[in-house]
Ligand binder design. Structure first.
Ligand code: ATP
Length: 332
């Protein structure tokens, strides 16, 4: 039986994890879940929101399903998400963004993929206070990390029958840092003549995405632009409740939704488990359990198409009612 780390998070994390584990179990796939707690709830007992045992578990199992984890603001702890990605060298953040059946949005036929560099840029956490009225944040861009993420994007395009990879920067202003990212993209793109390559400035991309997102296929971006643009693209397909994600490195992969721990709806049986469920479906495909992945995806799509939805999608089902509908549809 495959052993997988399950980080059940905090806020709505435990509720949506419960739902997803129940659905996977009902599909007939047996998984040996290595449950690891993290986040604000473990600080009291373990002194950190990300204990070493969590990292060890992911390293050992090589794969994790992760619900959102809150990092307390202003208490001196580094972001759990940033730390996890850094410690495990999960350099690629993959956020596929596709319309879901039954979820009405402004645009039909959205089908794009955001590939975000996960380890550097302004997220390297190098900041200094110069004086009372001035602070500096350092933006780090290296050729090594830029070429690695661009290669990942092109490889993804090849494996998934995509036609184009578009590099997103602000290289006209940040000529050295974004300029290096763009130069790395151009170097790597020459190795993939079968995939079209395109370049766009991030501000122009945002305008075009809200005008007509069908103009885009695979996007590759440095960390900060990737973070912002992937929330925008989540909005194109129905919002954070349905936006899946994955963090992938050489030796491990962590699958997690784009959304945070949504403390405003914690414990109310209101959260939409779809984003975590779709992340789990990608995880199952990643470990070559395609039969179960497709079965679960089909049951989810059928449920949504029949009009059964949680409140964030203007439906009226609770998390547990929505979960039960999906389980019923697994069996038909
Ligand atoms: P973080 O800083 O951890 O990302 P945040 O408060 O900025 O947290 P989210 O926790 O993602 O962002 O929540 C943003 C909004 O989206 C909240 O109103 C929340 O209730 C809603 N939301 C997020 N995820 C879900 C979900 N799975 N189901 C329903 N609503 C959600």
């Amino acid at each position: 039986m495959r052993r997988i780390t399950l980080i059940n998070g905090d806020g709505i994390g435990p509720e949506i994890c419960d739902s997803v584990v129940k659905i996977i179990d009902a599909s007939g796939l047996k998984i040996d879940w290595d449950v690891q707690t993290a986040g604000s709830d473990v600080i009291k007992t373990e002194g950190t929101p990300l204990p070493e045992r969590v990292l060890e578990s992911v390293k050992k199992n090589g794969i994790a399903l992760k619900a959102p984890v809150t990092t307390p603001i202003g208490k001196g702890f580094r972001s759990v998400n940033v730390q996890l990605r850094k410690e495990l060298n999960l350099y690629a953040n993959l956020r596929p963004c596709k319309n879901l059946p039954g979820v009405k949005t402004r645009f039909d036929n959205v089908d794009l993929v955001v590939v975000r560099e996960n380890t550097e840029d302004l997220y390297a956490g190098i900041e200094e206070k110069i004086d009372e009225n001035t602070a500096h944040s350092i933006k780090i861009i290296t050729r090594e990390a830029s070429e690695r993420i661009c290669r990942f994007a092109f490889d993804y395009a090849v494996k998934n029958n995509r036609h184009e990879v578009c590099c997103v920067t602000k290289a006209n202003i940040m000529k050295l840092s974004d300029g290096l990212f763009l130069e790395s993209f151009r170097n790597i793109s020459s190795e993939y003549p079968q995939i079209m390559s395109r370049e766009i400035l991030v501000d122009n991309l945002c305008m075009q995405l809200v005008q007509d997102p069908t103009r885009f296929d695979v996007l590759v971006l440095p960390n900060l632009y990737g973070d912002i643009v992937s929330d925008l693209t989540a909005g194109l397909i129905g919002g954070l409740g349905v936006a899946q994600g994955a963090n992938i490195g050489e030796n491990c992969a962590v699958f997690e939704p784009v959304h945070g721990s949504a403390p405003d709806i914690k414990g109310q049986n209101k959260a939409n488990p779809t984003a975590l469920l779709l992340s789990a479906v990608e995880m199952l495909k990643y470990i070559k359990e395609d039969i179960y992945a497709n079965k679960i995806e089909k049951a989810l799509f059928k449920t949504l198409s029949e009009g059964y939805k949680t409140v964030d999608l203007d439906g009226n089902l609770s998390t547990s009612e929505f979960t039960d509908k999906i389980i019923t549809n697994l069996c038909v």
